[in-house]
Design a binder for this molecule. Structure first.
Ligand code: ATP
Ligand code: MG
Length: 199
């Protein structure tokens, strides 16, 4: 089995996440993509994050029309800080270590990978797929210097649709009373309006 993992705060989930996940699934012939909303991402401790109940609901709505997409609440259940290292170990326990894990990260996150908890062990045991993000040029040589040979085998750079969408931008648009149509799936737009999120 080859499983792709799309982690994020998904506050809210948008078409950038979904299009990227689908492109990676095809490119790497992955059996499924697991969307895992983070409880407390260590790099967003100073920021307000919407209640996990809403983020989980929106992620579920956004992914239901793709039979290869699944949602896991494992990081929400674990509480505390969401370390990818813990998630990897939990997934290896569930699926067995023969299952290959492919963590999908945006170019903006790749630059920080060396600072992640237990980064070297993480990169040794699973794959990272670094996708393009508009306006971000990831410094791959710095990553290669840090991780050495493991980087060549386990960190893959791919060019994905590069939709210029971010959750930050969507939240700002809502605050300003502007349209978020075609940036998020319709069901997510409806949910945001009904629950009066981001106002
Ligand atoms: P925020 O603006 O709140 O940080 P975000 O849009 O960056 O939100 P996250 O939940 O932080 O979304 O992102 C989760 C993962 O998805 C990260 O690896 C991020 O790099 C990636 N990602 C987010 N938006 C896009 C996009 N438009 N295209 C490709 N990857 C994306
Ligand atoms: Mg982000």
């Amino acid at each position: 089995m080859k499983i792709g993992i799309m982690g994020g705060t998904f506050d809210p989930i948008h078409l950038g996440h979904l299009a990227t996940a689908e492109a990676v699934r095809e490119l790497f012939a992955l059996d499924e993509i697991l969307f895992i909303p983070a409880a407390r991402p260590p790099h967003k401790l100073d920021k307000h994050v919407t209640d996990e109940r809403h983020r989980l609901a929106m992620t579920t709505l956004a992914t239901r029309s793709n039979k290869f997409f699944r949602v896991s609440d494992m990081e929400l259940k674990r509480k505390g800080l969401s370390y990818t290292f813990d998630t990897m170990n939990e997934l290896h326990k569930i699926f067995g270590t023969a299952t290959e894990l492919f963590f999908i990260i945006g170019a903006d996150s790749l630059a920080d990978l060396s600072k992640w908890h237990a980064a070297r062990e993480l990169v040794a045991k699973c794959h990272f797929i670094a996708t393009t993000r508009q306006g971000v040029e990831a410094d791959f040589s710095a990553v290669e210097n840090f991780f050495g040979a493991a980087a060549k085998e386990h960190i893959h750079r791919v060019t994905t649709p590069g939709l210029e969408i971010s959750s930050t931008d969507i939240r700002e648009k809502i605050k300003l009373g502007r349209s978020i149509k075609y940036l998020v799936p319709e069901a997510v737009e409806d949910y945001i309006l009904t629950e009066r999120l981001y106002l």
